[in-house]
Design a protein around this ligand. Structure first.
Ligand SMILES: Nc1nc2c(ncn2[C@@H]2O[C@H](COP(=O)(O)OP(=O)(O)OP(=O)(O)O)[C@@H](O)[C@H]2O)c(=O)[nH]1
Ligand SMILES: [Mg+2]
Length: 198
């Protein structure tokens, strides 16, 4: 599977602003700073398509990117960012929730967790939501380059246990920095969404 084209389409906060392309959508969710925007740049092989920052809370809108003129990648604001007011947090949560609950073309979620840490209470809540509503989800452990080789198995086990993943639930540890497992991520996420390469 190859991602040949990528274009930024639009940013939205409300449902009536979501683009109506009819293409299947894949949404990237996870806590702030986990690497959602960065993985979108890696997948599309474009360094500055999605905005990345060291400051958590960089993405504040729902951003839509069209790939291969056939599917939409959706970059969501991250959750769990502590340094914002309650009011702002609620508004933010609503932006994420509205999109998750209302986009008719949403085919798959990619839940990103930091492979160096135990998934947070928010990550667990997110996974429980997906399970309850029988959503299609793949889990990616990010920042694999920061993990010692010896700790990879342990990290996988901790993520699987904490999120209560079953054998059927897919998990890949991955790095946007080294690009380790990038192709595996692309194949897993898009195999049944994008047409095979001709
Ligand atoms: N070492 C390493 N750093 C990464 C990796 N992926 C992302 N980062 C860094 O993590 C920071 C946050 O990345 P973003 O992609 O902006 O995170 P985000 O999930 O979009 O964050 P919000 O927009 O706040 O929700 C940036 O400094 C990235 O360079 C990775 O695989 N390895
Ligand atoms: Mg972001």
């Amino acid at each position: 599977m190859k991602i040949k084209h990528a274009d930024f389409i639009t940013s939205a906060v409300r449902k009536n602003q979501y683009p109506e392309t009819g293409h299947p959508e894949v949404a990237f969710v996870g806590r702030s700073n986990v690497g959602k925007s960065t993985i979108i740049n890696a997948i599309t092989n474009r360094r500055k398509l999605a905005k990345v920052s060291n400051t958590p809370g960089r993405t504040r809108l729902v951003n839509f990117f069209l790939i291969n003129e056939a599917a939409m990648l959706v970059d969501l604001p991250g959750y769990g960012y502590a340094k914002i007011s309650k009011t702002e947090k609620a508004a933010w949560g609503k932006i994420i929730e509205d999109y998750i609950n209302s986009s008719p073309h949403l085919k798959r979620f990619v839940l990103l967790v930091d492979s160096r840490h135990k998934p947070t209470a928010d990550d667990i809540a997110m996974m429980e939501y997906f399970r309850y509503f029988e959503k299609d989800v793949v889990v990616i452990g990010t920042k694999l380059d920061k993990l010692k080789r010896n700790d990879i198995r342990k990290s996988e086990k901790l993520i699987r246990e904490t999120l209560e993943l079953t054998d059927k639930d897919q998990l890949i540890l991955y790095s946007s920095t080294s690009r380790e497992n990038l192709q595996a991520v692309i194949d897993l996420v898009f195999h049944d969404i994008l047409p095979e390469d001709e």
